[in-house]
Design a binder for this molecule. Structure first.
Ligand SMILES: Cc1cc2nc3c(=O)[nH]c(=O)nc-3n(C[C@H](O)[C@H](O)[C@H](O)COP(=O)(O)O)c2cc1C
Length: 197
């Protein structure tokens, strides 16, 4: 039987680390490779593998920021220095960022919706595994994910969507938790099919 009480205790308290708290060092190559293996270990109806990963790090991240700033400037007409700086650093928030790209296989009988969900599962596995490894993770999309030019700059094909970019780094302070859902209020007991009276 595959059972881990330690994993359960960990999952009860797992939380993201704010982007502003992420710093070097990031995971080693071996650690990153483990993280991606775990990210890919997700339910995937029909074994479509409807996702892929893009690593954003090093000088390429600076170039991505410049290109995103250009698009943002074009869209907004003008940006303050602070806003421009934010665009330049959009992807440059942590030692490494992993793009989890939803890559739906069109000519399959697996619903598109289910293929999107599998990409979300991969992103969540990556967040969970990263946290379990002792790093901080934060899953963001940002305006560029809803923008065709932004997606292109980040290396996505026209039919692909960004399930999210998971930023990964170390952190050096306790992270306060956020309010958590009232799960009881979100849960109901099914009482049988609706009967018209
Ligand atoms: C698909 C998706 C996209 C997100 N995009 C953003 C984003 O662009 N900006 C942001 O501040 N948070 C975004 N978030 C939320 C962050 O991941 C947030 O830190 C997270 O909800 C914290 O929850 P946790 O502590 O349970 O991990 C996104 C979450 C999801 C699931």
């Amino acid at each position: 039987m595959l059972e881990s009480h330690e994993a359960l205790e960990f999952l009860k308290i797992r939380k993201s680390v704010p982007l502003t708290q992420l710093m070097a060092p990031g995971p080693s190559e071996a650690q990153l490779s483990d993280l991606l293996e775990i990210a890919a270990r997700v339910p995937d109806h029909g074994r479509m593998e409807p996702w892929r990963f893009i690593l954003y790090r090093g000088s390429a991240v600076i170039k991505a920021g410049e290109a995103l700033a250009e698009i943002a400037l074009k869209k907004n007409g003008q940006l303050s220095d602070e806003e421009l700086e934010r665009e330049h650093n959009r992807i440059n928030r942590a030692p490494v960022a992993v793009g989890v790209v939803s890559n739906v296989v069109d000519d399959s009988n697996i619903p598109e919706w289910e293929q999107f969900l599998s990409a979300g599962a991969a992103a969540m596995n990556l967040v969970t595994a990263t946290t379990a490894m002792g790093f901080g993770a934060n899953w963001v999309t940002g305006w560029y994910s809803s923008d065709a030019e932004g997606r292109k700059v980040l290396g996505l094909a026209p039919h692909e969507r960004m399930a999210g970019i998971v930023h990964i780094g170390s952190y050096d302070r306790a992270i306060p938790d956020r309010p958590r859902p009232d799960v009881k209020a979100l849960t109901s007991e099914y009482t049988g099919p609706y009967q018209a009276s």
